[in-house]
Ligand binder design. Structure first.
Ligand code: ATP
Ligand code: MG
Length: 571
């Protein structure tokens, strides 16, 4: 099963990110050749402002905006804001910020389904006049009961044969606020025996005396998503409505509405929803993680939200490359999160300057190095990018190394520091451990070392070799930092795989965040700004968190260096 999933995800997972050709592009190219819609390509990204965007939405964003760009077309941003009780301006703002961050621009084409409430009402009146819609007084429970099941046809509502006049009158009075919430709905009159349950006289309008984030108290009836969505696309002249397969069964309904109304009919094309291992991608569940305090907020760096990934240190380029790589298959698959991380490393490898940070410091005094002497040593910023230049790092008699890089009684293949053993300090000299100092409890508190002044180039003049190279910082110059290490938020590859009676929260990883204080980083990082990205040598890629205060940087580990994807692929 696991191998199978990886295989699926890898179709298109080559290092050269070629535009993966796919069935959607084929349909669009065919339409352009046939001059359908006068050869126009016009798409839209239609989020519901009821939560923050996640990496699954990025698939839709990259695709809708990407296709428009590719074929010289346009892409709108439209908020499908038909549900006043769950929608907030905070979500609208975050969604816009996230799309911009990904690098896409809707220019002046920002729309809201709520802009069309008036038009949708006119359309509803039109359908009533055509005998295609009726006001129904059944309760929500009764409607559900009458709908039937996949194996049994539904039953017609006793209100189905109201006259046009009565329906028009009742709809108007619904709109005017004469009836309480839930007392009546407007339904399409289609077919209660239809095989597709969406076609069994679906609800178009419900009564809801609720204030809307934009239309405020103007309306007390609200269109259902299914009634608003297709008409909104039509009004905007959308040519290709790209959406996920969840909407496949709704397509006949969308088409039915548009055909009855005799208006422009976009072509809806479905693609597979993105699923990622170790990840939950559903706003409903993500909201629970936030509201129940499992994470610190929507932008917690462990969240798969775009704001969380942003804060974690993901680059927009890596997310776009990932989307291109996984392509647009219609068949559902679960993508290995290791592929996302691999794509991220590829991008950060080119972008991130290498710096030295000691996460668990152990003091080292170099006894034969003159007291008070400070040397400024050359350190190259990024071996993958010469244009990144180099910087100077201070070296002095007292430094910190990683506590894990020393063992008093090492096993055979331990090439780092141990009593009597010599190692190289990155960008500096060879040092040798002469003495171990401990406190009363036996804990190692300090090492006494010697250095060889003739090894400044990083090599010994007499040709002797050392196997280990350690990172370090000068203790006098080091900057104190907090470092936050992350693991997957869930312990199971499929977080929804749960035992009876439990839900996905039972799979939450209790160790998904580890905060390290008292870390020592090189002085060049004192001026690092939130969002700056670095590779901490031997530790992985890190990004400066917005919690940073003057002189006290906070870093998030974006991703470690070990590339499990490349390993699987044998690269
Ligand atoms: P969620 O279930 O997370 O709430 P949603 O589909 O209800 O998602 P919308 O705001 O309606 O969220 O989504 C906007 C667009 O993003 C939709 O057109 C939908 O097709 C797309 N989308 C949402 N989740 C995914 C996903 N996991 N993969 C691909 N596209 C997605
Ligand atoms: Mg939705």
């Amino acid at each position: 099963m696991k191998a199978d999933r990886k295989e699926k995800a890898d179709s298109g997972g080559n290092i050269d990110i070629a535009k993966s050709s796919n069935f959607i592009r084929e349909i669009i190219e065919e339409d352009i050749r046939n001059n359908k819609n006068d050869g126009r390509v016009h798409t839209r990204f239609p989020p519901e402002p009821n939560g923050y965007l996640h990496i699954g939405h990025a698939k839709s964003i990259c695709f809708n905006f990407g296709v428009a760009e590719e074929y010289g077309g346009l892409c709108n941003l439209r908020f499908d804001d038909t549900n006043p009780t769950k929608e907030e301006t905070e979500y609208v703002d975050s969604i816009m910020a996230d799309i911009r961050w990904l690098g896409y621009d809707w220019e002046d084409r920002l729309y809201y389904a709520s802009d069309y409430f008036g038009k949708l009402y006119e359309y509803a009146v039109d359908l009533i006049k055509k005998g295609k819609a009726y006001v129904c007084d059944l309760s929500a429970d009764e409607i559900r009961e009458y709908r039937g099941t996949l194996t049994e046809p539904g039953k017609e509502s006793p209100y189905r044969n109201r006259t046009v006049e009565e329906n028009l009158d009742l709809l108007e009075r619904m709109k005017n606020g004469e009836f309480p919430d839930g007392s009546r709905v407007l339904r399409a009159k289609i077919d209660m025996a239809a095989g597709n349950l969406n076609m069994r006289d679906p609800v178009m309008y419900r009564i809801l005396h609720a204030s809307h984030h934009r239309t405020k108290d103007e309306w007390c009836i609200y269109p259902m998503y299914d009634w608003a969505h297709g008409q909104s696309d039509s009004i905007e002249g959308i040519t290709h409505s790209l959406c996920d397969v969840a909407f496949e069964d709704h397509r006949p309904l969308y088409d039915w509405f548009l055909i009855q109304l005799g208006v422009h009919k976009p072509q809806q094309i479905e693609f597979a929803r993105l699923n990622l291992t170790y990840t939950i991608l559903s706003k409903r569940f993500l909201r629970r993680l936030v509201e129940e305090g499992y994470v610190k907020g929507w932008d917690d760096p462990r969240m798969p939200t775009l704001s969380g990934l942003h804060r974690r240190g993901y680059t927009p380029e890596s997310i776009r490359n990932f989307q291109e790589r996984i392509g647009m298959a219609k068949r559902a698959s679960v993508v290995d999160i290791a592929l996302l991380e691999h794509t991220l490393r590829e991008d950060l490898n080119i972008r991130a300057d290498r710096v030295m940070a000691v996460l668990n410091p152990l003091k080292v005094v170099i006894e034969n190095y003159p007291e008070g002497k400070i040397e400024k040593l050359d350190a190259i910023n990024n071996p993958e990018d010469v244009s990144a230049g180099s910087r100077k790092i201070p070296f002095s008699r007292e430094i910190y190394i990683e506590a894990d890089d020393f063992m008093e009684d090492p096993p055979k293949k331990f090439f780092r520091l141990s009593p009597g053993n010599e190692v190289r300090l990155k960008h500096a000299y060879f040092i040798k451990c002469e003495k171990v100092i401990k406190d009363n409890s036996g804990k190692i508190t300090e090492l006494r070392c010697s250095y060889d002044p003739a090894t400044k180039s990083g090599e010994a003049t007499d040709g002797r070799r050392v196997k280990g190279t350690l990172h370090w910082v000068s203790s006098e110059h080091a900057v104190d930092a907090e470092v936050r290490l992350y693991e997957y938020l869930f312990t199971k590859e499929d977080p929804n795989e749960v035992e009876g009676g439990k839900d996905f929260t039972s799979n939450i990883n209790p160790d998904s965040l580890k905060v390290l204080t008292g870390c020592k980083v090189e002085p060049s990082l004192a001026s690092a700004k939130p969002g700056d990205r670095f590779q901490f040598l031997r530790h992985g890629y890190f990004c400066v968190d917005p919690d940073t205060t003057e002189g006290k940087p906070v870093f998030n580990r974006t991703v470690g260096l070990r590339d499990t994807w490349a390993k699987v692929k044998g690269k």
